[in-house]
Design a protein around this ligand. Structure first.
Ligand SMILES: Cc1cc2nc3c(=O)[nH]c(=O)nc-3n(C[C@H](O)[C@H](O)[C@H](O)COP(=O)(O)OP(=O)(O)OC[C@H]3O[C@@H](n4cnc5c(N)ncnc54)[C@H](O)[C@@H]3O)c2cc1C
Length: 407
C-alpha cells in the first residue's frame, strides 16, 4: 500500500514560475506540493541542475517586442505591491529602463528583434508612458552616457528591477501561508499510476498527486522526466559582475543595449544599474552577446557548464562596453557567474499539457517580469482543465508539429 502524502497538484521546480504557480494554486484552495532545490552555496563543485533566477536583478518593463510578453509583465506588475505586502518580502526597486538600439539606417536587421515602432505601439496599447529619444534627446537627457552614432533610445521612467531571488521568496512565502507544502528536493522520477502520479525525490521520498506541473526552467528536457521532450533549446549564459565602490557615483539607468557599428552588431545585452549582492558589495551586472552561444542538452552538460563559472572572455567585452558608456568611471574587479536560459521556437512561454496529467510551463528569457501572471494562468489551466483567458491559448501551446518535422 502506497502511503505517500497525496496532493491535488505537485509543482516540480521552485523557481519564479513554479513558485508563482504554487501560490496561485494554493490561493484557490488546491492542495499543492512544490518541490525544488534551494540555491546552492557555490558553483565550482556543482552537480545537477541550475536555475535562471540565481541573481539580484531582472528588468521588469514594457520595452519588449512581443505584445503578449509585455501584457504578461504588466499583469504581473499590477500584483507586485500586493504580493510584497502579503509576503513581507520586498522584491522590486523602481528604476528608469532605457533601451538603446541602432536606427534602421545603421542596422536594418536589428529591428526584427528590437523594433522601436512595435515597442512604442505595445506601450501605447497598455497605457504605459514611454518616451522615444532621438540622438539629441539622448545627449541632453543622459549627458554622462556615450552612445555610438545613429542610435536611439526608448525610455520607460516607471519600470522596476525585480530581484528574482526575493520574488521567489515572496511567492513561496505567500504559497506556504495559503497552505502549500514546500519540500527541498529534486525529483528524479515520475510514475504514472491508474489514478494520478507518484513522484520520487533524490532523497528517496515519494509523493502522490492527481496532476503535475513541470516548472523546471531550462532543465525541462534535460531532467528526462517528460514522456516526450518539448521543442526548446537550453543555453549556459554568462553574467559579468563589475564591482563599484559607491553606487551613487554610477549615474546610469537600467539598460538593454544593442550597439551596431557600420552595420555590424558589436554588443547586445543587458547593462544593469548597480545592485547590492549577498556579499554586501555593489556590482553593475552585464550579460552580453554570448547569452545563446552555449547550447546544453543534458544535466551533466549543465553541471559542467555551471562549474566553469561562465565565459571569462565576456569580461573584456563588458569592460570595453562600460568604458565607452561611462568614460572616466572607475570600475573595480570583474568576475563571471553562470546562468541558465532557454528559448522556445515560438518566442513565447509554454503553458500546455504534455499528457493528460502533466502541464509544462516554460519562459526562458523574460520569466521574472512575467512570472506571477504565467503562474496564475498555469494554475487556472490546471484547476479548470480549460483555457479561460482572453489571450488565445494558441499563444502558449507547444508546437509539436514543428518538433516532429525537425526530428
Ligand atoms: C543573464 C540573464 C538575464 C535575464 N534577464 C531577465 C530580465 O531582465 N527580465 C526577466 O523577466 N527575465 C530575465 N531572465 C530570465 C529569467 O531569469 C527566467 O525566465 C526565469 O528565471 C525562469 O524561471 P523558471 O522558474 O522557469 O526557471 P528557473 O529560474 O531556472 O528555475 C527552475 C527551478 O527548477 C528547479 N528544478 C530543475 N529540475 C528539477 C527537478 N528535477 N526537481 C525539482 N526542481 C527542479 C531548478 O533547480 C530551479 O530552481 C534572464 C535570464 C538570464 C540567464
Amino acid at each position: 500500500m502506497d502511503d505517500s502524502p497525496s496532493f491535488d497538484v505537485v509543482v516540480i521546480g521552485a523557481g519564479p514560475l513554479g513558485a508563482a504557480t504554487a501560490r496561485h494554486l494554493a490561493d484557490r484552495d488546491t492542495s499543492v506540493l512544490v518541490v525544488g532545490p534551494d540555491e546552492p552555496a557555490r558553483f565550482d563543485d556543482h552537480e545537477g541542475v541550475w536555475a535562471g533566477y540565481y541573481d539580484q536583478g531582472r528588468l521588469a518593463h514594457v520595452l519588449e517586442v512581443p505584445l503578449v510578453t509585455t501584457l504578461l509583465a504588466t499583469r504581473s506588475r499590477r500584483r507586485f505591491a500586493d504580493l510584497e505586502e502579503r509576503s513581507g518580502v520586498v522584491f522590486t526597486t523602481p528604476v528608469r529602463s532605457l533601451s538603446i538600439l541602432p536606427s534602421a539606417e545603421e542596422n536594418p536587421q536589428a529591428s526584427t528583434w528590437f523594433d522601436a515602432g512595435q515597442i512604442m505601439n505595445n506601450a501605447e496599447d497598455l497605457g504605459v508612458p514611454v518616451d522615444a529619444l532621438d540622438e539629441d534627446r539622448l545627449r541632453t537627457d543622459f549627458p554622462q552616457l556615450r552612445f555610438p552614432r545613429n542610435h536611439t533610445g526608448l525610455l520607460q521612467k516607471d519600470a522596476f528591477i525585480v530581484n528574482p531571488r526575493e520574488l521567489v521568496r515572496a511567492e513561496l512565502t505567500a504559497a506556504v501561508s495559503a497552505g502549500a507544502h514546500l519540500v527541498r528536493d529534486e525529483i528524479v522520477e515520475i510514475t504514472h499510476l491508474d489514478e494520478g502520479v507518484r513522484v520520487t525525490g533524490r532523497s528517496g521520498e515519494t509523493w502522490r498527486a492527481d496532476r503535475v506541473v513541470m516548472a523546471t526552467g531550462s532543465a525541462t528536457n534535460a531532467v528526462g522526466l517528460l514522456s516526450r521532450p518539448v521543442p526548446m533549446t537550453t543555453f549556459g549564459a554568462t553574467v559579468v559582475l563589475v564591482e563599484v565602490d559607491d553606487p551613487e557615483t554610477v549615474d546610469m539607468p537600467a539598460m538593454m543595449y544593442m550597439k551596431s557599428v557600420d552595420g555590424t552588431i558589436e554588443f547586445g545585452g543587458i547593462v544593469m544599474s548597480p545592485l547590492q549582492y549577498p556579499d554586501g558589495k555593489w556590482y553593475v551586472k552585464v550579460s552580453g552577446r554570448s547569452l545563446l552561444d552555449n547550447p546544453l542538452a543534458s544535466t551533466d552538460e549543465i553541471a559542467a557548464w555551471v562549474r566553469t563559472g561562465g565565459r571569462t572572455d565576456d569580461i573584456d567585452e563588458t569592460l570595453a562596453v562600460l568604458g565607452e558608456l561611462l568614460p572616466g568611471q572607475e570600475w573595480g574587479p570583474a568576475r563571471t557567474r553562470p546562468c541558465m536560459v532557454c528559448e522556445t521556437p515560438t518566442g513565447l512561454p509554454y503553458i500546455d499539457r504534455v499528457d493528460d496529467r502533466t502541464t509544462v510551463v516554460v519562459e526562458g528569457e523574460r520569466g521574472a517580469m512575467a512570472a506571477d501572471e504565467i503562474g496564475r494562468l498555469t494554475a487556472d489551466f490546471v484547476i479548470t482543465g480549460r483555457w479561460n483567458d482572453g489571450i488565445p491559448h494558441s499563444a502558449f501551446q507547444i508546437p509539436w508539429a514543428d518538433a516532429e518535422a525537425d526530428a
